[in-house]
Write a protein that binds this ligand. Structure first.
Ligand code: GCU
Length: 684
């Protein structure tokens, strides 16, 4: 399945006369795209001709040798003028789109910019050739826009080929070997580039034995992937185990202070760059959920991260050091330990101690990718550290790609959140950095060897949206969704494009909030089935070692994380939000149970009581999913039948599962509280 790059998306480009000027592997990628589009739709392509040609579109490098073509020269001059007026430069990945007479020109300083410019023209369709189109300059807000694949090389006995993967096997690996499907890999790189992603890690953050060896004797497998993805401007990164010097190097220790350990990392990293000169760097999950780390040697996370950073620095690489560190052997009887606090407590004392090529990779929320959490206070607490925000595109806690849950609005909300108070710097600003030195955005991938890439065909939109928001976090998620659907379901491929668009918006726009309505209420989270995390199990984690509780009793529910009487987590925020979250009166409804334990009769800002809110949202959530299914049925015959059927099947499961959620949650709280539903609906 072609996802957001079906041939029809190239119709407008492919029907035109196109001149491409420039050289190099990425320019060859552009040439290949244009040539295929023109072959299909009757257009014509020239590559740097030495004679004058009349064209509709010019894609050219700004500093390439002067073009003899007068059209191209005019185009370049127009572009340059627009650029000078704007006073900005294009950078490694930026591009300018301008009209020069009858010609649309895409101008870039580097080949990657030309590729992004090409995909922009594709996105715009006919609008790219509108004579009245004013010049536009595009540069990514974030330098690194990264995907993490939690793919195992060998099949893990519990987690399978892809940890938390809901789209079949891995694109890279199968049964301990490289998959070797380079055509599919190339198609993947192409999709990622068209969404704006430029970095990828190719193995799970939980690094087992086979995966560890990718760093050394199996490096060739990684180089093969890098060779393909490089053609789309994507750099490859590797998840490594902190214990590598022992596990692979035969040393007796992995202590960061040990000279032999430092020498091992330096030599090993040098060998990686000899093989993969544009290698991105390492991703590390250390002292987290059983992974080895510096604590074993009495060292801290800065010592650990700096060890790897030192090895990478001479080659321009970075280490993504994950902040997902907490006690996963907690005693539920101990009310003083709070998992939400852990990352802040571990990492804020280390601010200023990380080398400049360390990126601290922080999950967007303090717990674990729930459908609703407050934004992690860690993101605002390390001003002297490069910080990346980590999202989860794979829908571990948001319906596992059996449910429609479009996450764009949620991520956008997180990126726009101003941790120092309204009007101040935002999370997007933190990821960008004041001078562009921020850590960027990272997301756990949702793709696999499934024919639709993502299991649920509509889950493709989450990946596309992640890439686009990483390019520009200010984009309106609804507009991005619109782009995605116009590309994926091109107007020329359906009888009634307006109906398709409208229906998809009705189904997807609010689907994240719908999912929230029928699952754990008011930010409390983690009422999922332990282990696989699919479906409801209200008390599944209530007495567990993972530190994920809701504390429901006959009087009320929620976790007291206030400073006054709870775990003190609210105090980890800068003053404005610390005060808001501290107070049950001021705390936003949707986070109330994350921060406070309140009685069932507590009145929300919405005017409803907590218990009535639980009932109402769960009934409403199911009704909304049923409406989604009805709406989808109206598209039967209008779109690709394979997509239609796959989504229809999954909607049946979503309806079933939403009903199960509704009935378990409502029944649980009715039994606990004894408070009947004000509307007398059926609760069991
Ligand atoms: C979650 C997920 C794990 C994963 C972990 C992580 O806890 O369930 O499978 O390994 O996050 O982010 O490292």
């Amino acid at each position: 399945h072609a996802a957001w790059l079906p041939p029809e998306a190239f119709r407008s480009l492919g029907a035109r006369r196109v001149l491409v000027h420039g050289d190099g592997p990425l320019v060859d990628t552009v040439l290949d795209e244009v040539a295929r589009a023109c072959a299909r739709y009757g257009g014509r392509m020239w590559h740097s001709p030495s004679w004058d040609v009349d064209v509709d579109l010019v894609l050219t490098l700004r500093r390439a040798d002067a073009l003899p073509s007068s059209t191209a020269q005019a185009a370049r001059a127009a572009g340059e003028a627009a650029l000078i007026d704007d006073g900005r430069t294009l950078g490694d990945e930026g591009f300018l789109l301008a009209r020069a007479g009858d010609v649309t020109v895409v101008l870039a300083d580097a080949p990657a910019g030309l590729l992004y410019g090409l995909f922009h023209v594709v996105r715009l369709c006919a609008a790219a050739f509108d004579p009245a189109r004013p010049p536009e300059l595009h540069r990514p807000a974030l330098r690194r826009r990264m995907l993490n694949h939690w793919d195992n090389v060998a099949v893990h006995p519990v987690m399978g080929q892809v940890e938390r993967g809901y789209a079949g096997g891995s694109i890279f690996w199968r049964d301990g070997r490289p998959r070797g499907d380079l055509a599919r890999l190339r198609a993947y790189g192409r999709l990622l580039a068209a969404s704006g992603i430029n970095a990828i890690s190719v193995n799970n953050v939980n690094v087992a034995r086979a995966e560890a060896r990718l760093l050394t004797d199996r490096l060739g497998d990684v180089a093969e992937i890098a060779d393909v993805l490089r053609l789309y401007g994507i750099r490859v990164h590797l998840s490594v185990t902190f214990a590598a010097p022992v596990a692979l190097g035969g040393l007796s220790t992995a202590d960061p202070a040990d000279e032999a350990v430092r020498a091992w990392w330096a030599a090993t990293t040098r060998a990686v760059y000899e093989r993969i000169p544009d290698f991105g760097g390492y991703v590390v999950k250390a002292d987290s959920e059983g992974q080895p780390g510096p604590f074993t040697y009495g060292r801290d996370h800065a010592d650990g991260a700096n060890l790897l950073a030192e090895a990478l620095a001479p080659h321009g690489g970075v280490v993504h050091w994950r902040a997902f560190v907490y006690d996963h052997h907690q005693d539920w009887r101990d009310r003083s330990t709070d998992r939400a606090r852990a990352a802040y407590d571990h990492f804020t004392p280390l601010d200023g101690r990380f080398r400049t090529n360390v990126v601290l990779q922080v999950k967007f929320g303090p717990v674990d990718f729930q459908v609703r959490e407050p934004v992690s206070p860690v993101l605002a607490a390390l001003p002297a550290t490069r910080v990346a925000v980590e999202f989860q595109v794979t829908q571990e806690y948001t319906g596992q790609q059996r449910h429609i849950c479009h996450l764009g609005p949620w991520w956008s909300e997180v990126l726009r959140f101003a941790p120092w108070g309204p009007g101040g710097r935002t999370i997007a600003d933190v990821a960008t950095g004041e001078k562009g030195e921020g850590g960027g955005l990272v997301a756990v991938a949702n793709t696999g060897d499934d024919p639709f890439w993502t299991g649920h065909p509509l889950a493709q939109a989450n990946l596309y949206t992640f890439g686009r928001l990483a390019w520009d976090p200010r984009l309106d998620p609804r507009a991005v969704l619109d782009e995605w659907m116009t590309l994926t379901f091109p107007p020329s491929a359906t009888a009634d494009p307006e109906l398709v668009r409208r229906t998809l918006h009705e189904i997807m726009d609010d689907s994240w909030r719908t999912y929230e309505r029928y699952t754990a209420p008011l930010g409390v989270g983690f009422m999922v089935h332990p282990g696989d995390h699919y479906g409801p199990d209200v008390d599944g984690y209530e007495y567990s070692r993972w530190g994920t509780y809701h504390f429901a009793d006959r009087d009320g529910v929620g976790v007291d994380r206030s400073r006054a009487s709870g775990t003190g987590f609210a105090g980890q925020y800068p003053p404005y939000w610390a005060d808001v979250y501290e107070s049950p009166e001021r705390c936003p409804d949707e986070l109330l149970l994350f921060f406070h334990h309140v009685s069932y009769t507590h009145v929300l800002h919405s005017g409803s009581t907590v218990i009535q809110h639980i009932y109402d949202t769960h009934f409403a959530g199911v009704e909304e999913v049923e409406a989604m299914r009805r709406r989808w049925q109206t598209l039967n015959g209008m779109i690709d039948p394979a997509v239609y059927v796959r989504v229809a099947e999954r909607l049946d499961e979503q309806v079933r599962s939403a009903i199960e959620w509704r009935d378990q949650i409502n029944t649980y709280f009715l039994r606990k509280s004894g408070v009947p539903d004000a509307h007398g609906r059926r609760i069991y």
